[in-house]
Every structure is written in structure tokens, then in C-alpha cells.
Design a binder for this molecule. Structure first.
Ligand code: MN
Length: 485
């Protein structure tokens, strides 16, 4: 993944030319100081680039055109230091192809009670200037985030930072290529979908490849490369003697090298495969997929390209934050005590969510009819997380997000040969699972201990997809009413 610091958010201030050069010079100086302060803040993962104050419709249009045409610009922060009559923003905003955040702040924190005069009143007008601007964005039904607060406050900066991560995810979604080996797991519904709709609305392209294309790439791998990678496995993971099977490791390493080569050479950021189409592969890719996910690739099993793309997008959004992001599946429940979920998959859980050094193991897989696959086994650490699912309904895409509390497993799981996370969904398993099922959420999810709901909410707003949040406040009756609308 490319560092987010390569991406720019432009800090744009609106005004008008009625104020005269002296006031406008002060507007420019203040906005420059604000942009510099935001740019230096470690909470903001992207560059904040100051742009000269806009005072005419022509300047607004030119800036929006420039932003739309600059690949590294992923969005705009817009702020009206003074009054900026908003008709001058119509043409520009309607031509803008990048997301924007409307920052409603002012340069001074305190009102200077004893010294305030008309000059001050003339310069510091965002309280009404931003309302004029807000009207036109509402009138034009533009997708946006409104953040209110003093620009140096951590809470304000956190809201801006969440949005910059969503904008980075959107940028990734626009440029993402997903490789799909084989087709869907047969007869599965939720993993199907319209790839044309996805590309039109979300930007990413999904194309199919025969598993034979991967086999051809695997055949180009040399024995020396394989030996080197097996040595890396032995160094990076704990391996009990009975699992250190060179024949199994050889095949697994060859799969990883072939897959990695295929994805790198094709410029892919995400991929999916299916255990029903593994001709010539030898094992279901386990450790290979796990290690590629840990390096930032999006993945989902059984042909699920929507979740693969979501995992990749969320990994890009999460860069630099504490906690991992993985493909996940609600696997099985514990209905005793506080009802909880054991999340896992057949093999493919990302070690970015491992609490401790993963253990490399080789076990038989009761499905797929191939040789015993190599996989990494570990448990996710306790803490807050989100699980998210992108589904395609008849009316379009819907993103469903559930906030969960990951907990330590009640007891050791000595015989479970796959990586796992145990969590209690908010507000409870009883309500959360019913809400999820009413909303049509998939059994596959993108799980993240790095992202929060706000970031995904901002992403859904930018993407223009319907969002269903299941959290502490979820009431089934209200949620069902929301779904009927
Ligand atoms: Mn699955």
C-alpha cells in the first residue's frame, strides 16, 4: 500500500471581493495558519494543502476543475472565513468530482468581549458565512460531511481525520482492480452482484481469471525462491514438529509466490478464489492468502469480490492506526452467558489481527478435496471493532456496519485449527443478529479493530451508498421502519 501522506486534501477558504484587500490579506494569513497547523497534526494521515482564497464564481470553478483533474487530490475542506455569497459556488461544486468536507469553524476560539469592534465583526463571519454556503450544498443535495468546532480541538481534528480516511478509501476504490479466480461458490446468493454497477458506483473493476492462469504463474517460481520463503515461514511463526512438513510447506510457498507475482504484475489490490475451482493448485490457499492480506491485499473467499474490495478499501483507510483489518465470517455462536460470536473462516483470516505470534499448522480440510492446507492460527486481541458488509439490493448497494466488543475466548480452543476472533455485538447478539438479518447483511464481513463507525459512515456518504448502522442505540422496531422506507 502506498503511504497516505502521498495524498492531498486541499484546504479552501471562501470569501468575496467586497471586503477589500486588507481584510482579504488577513483571511489568507489566517487560513494559511490553519492549514499549516492541520497539516502538522499527526492525527491527519494525508497532506493538507492550503489554497488561495476564492472570491468569484470563476475562481471557484477553476479550483474545482483543478481538484477534479489532480490525481493526488482526494478531496476538499471548505470553509467560509467571511460571507461568500453561495450562488458563486453552484457551477464549481456541480463540476467537482472529489468529495468535500464543510468545516464550520472560526479563526478565534474566544469572543474578544472587551475589544470586539466592527473590524473584527467584518473579518470573522463564518457563523453566518458557513450557513449561506450550507444552504447551497443542501439545496443542490450534495454529498458532504459537516464538521463543527474549533479547528485546534482534538475532537474537531478527529472528525476531519475520519473523513480524510474515508476520502482515501474512496480514492482507492476508484483505482482498485480485483482479480477473481474462478467464479462464485455454486448457488451462493449474497456473494453475487452486478460488476458493472459496482464499477459505475464504486469505481473498482472486477475481472475473472482461470485458475489455470495462476497455475502458469506458479510454474515460473524457482525452487530457490520456495526454499527462501519456507525459511521465512520458520522464522516468522511458531511451528510444532508435527506441522513442519516440508512437502506441505513447499506447495504453500509456491502458491504464495505465484499469487503474489500474479497480483503484483497485474496491478491488483484485491482478489478472491473459490475452493470449488482449484485445479492444479494442490491446496486451498491458506497461509498465502493470510500473508497477502497482512501486506494490504483485500481478500474474501468463495468468489466474494464485494467483500474482497471492501477489505482492501478498509485496509487503505486504516493505514497507520492501531489494530488490524481482515476478511471474516460469523461462524458459530455461544448462546450461554452473554451470547457471543466466534468469527473465523476455513483458513483465510489476516494475521494483522493476531494478538500474538501466529502458529503455523497443517491440518486436513473437510471440504474441497485437496491436500492438507497450511494456515496460520491465532486469536484476535480484546477491544472494540467493527464488522462491515457491502451487499447489493435491488435498489443499489447497502453498507451494513455492526459495532462489536472483541473479548478473550471463555476457554482455550486447543482443537480449533483456524484463526479466530470472539466478540459480543452491540447492542446484544439477539438484537444485532436480527438487525443484520433484516438488513440482508452477508455472512462474510470486513472486520477491523482500527476503523470506527464514523469512518465507514463518511465512506458511505462519499460513495452514495445506503448505510445501516447497528450499535448501542439500535432498536429493532426503528431499524425495521428505516428498512421499509
Ligand atoms: Mn465463507
Amino acid at each position: 500500500m502506498k503511504p497516505l501522506k502521498n495524498l492531498e486534501v486541499w484546504f479552501v477558504t471562501g470569501s468575496q471581493d467586497l471586503y477589500g484587500p486588507e481584510t482579504l490579506a488577513q483571511v489568507a494569513a489566517n487560513s494559511k495558519a490553519m492549514a499549516a497547523s492541520l497539516n502538522a497534526d499527526p492525527a491527519l494521515p494525508v497532506q493538507i494543502v492550503w489554497k488561495p482564497t476564492l472570491t468569484t464564481p470563476e475562481e471557484v470553478r477553476a479550483l474545482c476543475r483543478e481538484a477534479s483533474n489532480t490525481p493526488s487530490c482526494i478531496g476538499l475542506v471548505l470553509w467560509m472565513h467571511t460571507f461568500s455569497p453561495a450562488k458563486m459556488w453552484i457551477a464549481g461544486l456541480q463540476s467537482l468530482t472529489k468529495p468535500f468536507l464543510h468545516l464550520h469553524t472560526q479563526f478565534n476560539r474566544e469572543l474578544p468581549w472587551s475589544s470586539i469592534d466592527m473590524d473584527f465583526m467584518n473579518l470573522n463571519q463564518s457563523a453566518h458565512g458557513d450557513r449561506e454556503f450550507g444552504f447551497i450544498t443542501a439545496r443542490l443535495k450534495l454529498r458532504r460531511k459537516v464538521v463543527v468546532g474549533f479547528w485546534k480541538d482534538a475532537a474537531t481534528i478527529a472528525e476531519i481525520a475520519a473523513w480524510t480516511r474515508a476520502a482515501a478509501g474512496w480514492y482507492e476504490s476508484q483505482n482498485l482492480k480485483v482479480a477473481r479466480f474462478g467464479d462464485n461458490m455454486r448457488e451462493v446468493a449474497v456473494t453475487e452482484g452486478n460488476k458493472v454497477s459496482a464499477e459505475a458506483q464504486l469505481g473498482y473493476s472486477v475481472n475473472g481469471y482461470g485458475v489455470g492462469d495462476l497455475v502458469v504463474r506458479m510454474e515460473q517460481v524457482t525452487e530457490a525462491e520456495v526454499s527462501k520463503l519456507i525459511a521465512e515461514y520458520r522464522e516468522a511463526y511458531s511451528i510444532a514438529k508435527q506441522h513442519d512438513r516440508t512437502d506441505s510447506l513447499f506447495v504453500a510457498a509456491k502458491i504464495e509466490l505465484g499469487l503474489r507475482g500474479f497480483l503484483e504484475e497485474g496491478g491488483f489490490g484485491a482478489f478472491t478464489d473459490t475452493f470449488q475451482d482449484l485445479h492444479g493448485i494442490g491446496q486451498l490457499p491458506g497461509i498465502a492468502v493470510q500473508r497477502l492480506m497482512a501486506d494490504g491485499y483485500g481478500f474474501a473467499g468463495e468468489g466474494d469480490w464485494k467483500t474482497a474490495a471492501l477489505v482492501r478499501t478498509m485496509k487503505v483507510m486504516a493505514q497507520g492506526l492501531t489494530g488490524g483489518t481482515s476478511f471474516m465470517e460469523d461462524y458459530t455462536y455461544d448462546f450461554s452467558g452473554t451470547p457471543k460470536v466466534l468469527g473465523s473462516h476455513m483458513l483465510e483470516v489476516c494475521p494483522s489481527i493476531a494478538a500474538d505470534k501466529p502458529s503455523l499448522e497443517v491440518h486436513a480440510l473437510g471440504i474441497g478435496g485437496k491436500a492438507d492446507p497450511v494456515r496460520l492460527v491465532f486469536t484476535a486481541p480484546a477491544g472494540p471493532a467493527v464488522v462491515a458488509s457491502m451487499v447489493e439490493m435491488s435498489a443499489g448497494f447497502r453498507l451494513i456496519v455492526n459495532e462489536v466488543n472483541v473479548i478473550a475466548p471463555d476457554q482455550p480452543l486447543p482443537k480449533l485449527p483456524v484463526a479466530r476472533a470472539v466478540w459480543v455485538p452491540k447492542p446484544s447478539l439477539k438484537v444485532a443478529a436480527a438487525a443484520w438479518i433484516y438488513a440482508g447483511g452477508a455472512h462474510h464481513t470486513a472486520y477491523s479493530q482500527a476503523l470506527n463507525t464514523e469512518m465507514l459512515e463518511d465512506f458511505a456518504e462519499i460513495a452514495g451508498v445506503e448505510l445501516i448502522v447497528i450499535d448501542e442505540d439500535t432498536k429493532l422496531r426503528e431499524l425495521r421502519a428505516q428498512l421499509r422506507r
